[in-house]
Design a binder for this molecule. Structure first.
Ligand code: PEP
Length: 253
C-alpha cells in the first residue's frame, strides 16, 4: 500500500491573537484541499480545544509537545492523557527548538514518545542535524542516534502511529531549504536504518516527512522524491501558500 502523503503545519508560538488564528483557519476552511493528503495543524495548546469547533473535519489537530507523566506537580506541562481526553490525536515530539532551547535530550524525547503512544496519541517524531554536524559528515550518525533512543523503547506495532519528520536544523526557519537530493538521501538512510533496527515492513510503511523552509515554491520538487512522504511546515503554514503545500502532489497531476 502506498504511504499516504502527510502535511503538518507547526504554528509554533504563533499567532498572537484569536483573530489572526481565525484568518489562518478560514483560508484552510474555504480552500480546495487534496483529499488524499493527511492534514494536521499544531497551534499553541490553548487554541487546540476552541479550534476543534471551527476547523473543517478533514484537518486534524496536534499538540506541539507533551510531558511523559499522566498528571501531577509539573507546572506548565500538558499530559498525553489530557490530550487524549480532549480528542487531540497527534503530538509533535523532539522538535529541534525543544531539543536546543528547552534542553530536551533524546532520552527525554523517547520517554515522551513512549508515554504519548501508550496513551494512544500519534506522534510526529522530529530528528535532524545541525550545520556543524552536517559539515563534519555526521548527519547519518546524529539522526540514527536520535532515532535509536526511540527504537530501543518502542514495540514494532507502535510504529504505525509514528510519522518521522526529518528536519535539518540548518534549514528550520532560515530560508535555506535542503535540496531534493539531500532530503531524499537523508530519508533513504532513515528508511534503511528502520529496516535494520526495527523491521523491513516498518521501514516500508512509516511516513518520513521533510521539514525546513518548505514553501509553495519548493514543495513540488521535494515531493517528487520517492522517500519524501510529505512535509512539516513552520513559517509557511501561517500563510495562504500552506494550501499549495498540502496540494503539492496533486498539482503535479
Ligand atoms: C518547523 O518548525 O518544523 C519548520 C520546519 O519550520 P520552517 O518551515 O519555518 O522552517
Amino acid at each position: 500500500m502506498p504511504r499516504q502523503f502527510f502535511v503538518g503545519g507547526n504554528f509554533k508560538m504563533n499567532p498572537t491573537s484569536q483573530g489572526q488564528l481565525d484568518s489562518i483557519i478560514s483560508v484552510l476552511n474555504s480552500a480546495d484541499l487534496d483529499s488524499t493528503t493527511e492534514i494536521v495543524v499544531a497551534p499553541p495548546s490553548l487554541y487546540l480545544i476552541p479550534l476543534k469547533q471551527t476547523v473543517r473535519q478533514e484537518i486534524q489537530l496536534s499538540a506541539q509537545n507533551c510531558f511523559y507523566k499522566e498528571s501531577g506537580a509539573f507546572t506548565g506541562e500538558i499530559s498525553p492523557a489530557q490530550l487524549v481526553d480532549s480528542n487531540i490525536p497527534y503530538v509533535i515530539l523532539g522538535h529541534s527548538e525543544r531539543r536546543s532551547i528547552f534542553h530536551e535530550t533524546s532520552e527525554i524525547v523517547a520517554k515522551k514518545t513512549v508515554a504519548a503512544l501508550t496513551a494512544t496519541l500519534k506522534v510526529i517524531f522530529c530528528v535532524g542535524e545541525t550545520l556543524e554536524e552536517r559539515e563534519a559528515g555526521l548527519t547519518t550518525e546524529v539522526v540514527q542516534n536520535q532515532l535509536q533512543a526511540a527504537v530501543s523503547h518502542l514495540q514494532v506495532t507502535d510504529w504505525s502511529c509514528v510519522v518521522i519528520a526529518y528536519e535539518p536544523v540548518w534549514a528550520i526557519g532560515t530560508g535555506k531549504v535542503a535540496t531534493s537530493a539531500q532530503a531524499q538521501e537523508a530519508h533513504l538512510n532513515i528508511r534503511a536504518f528502520l529496516s535494520q533496527a526495527v523491521s523491513p515492513a516498518v521501514a516500508e510503511n512509516t511516513r518520513i516527512i521533510y521539514g525546513g523552509s518548505v514553501t509553495a515554491a519548493n514543495c513540488q520538487e521535494l515531493s517528487t522524491q520517492p522517500d519524501v512522504d510529505g512535509f512539516l511546515v513552520g513559517g509557511a503554514s501561517l500563510k495562504p501558500e500552506f494550501v499549495n503545500i498540502i496540494n503539492a502532489r496533486r498539482i503535479q497531476g
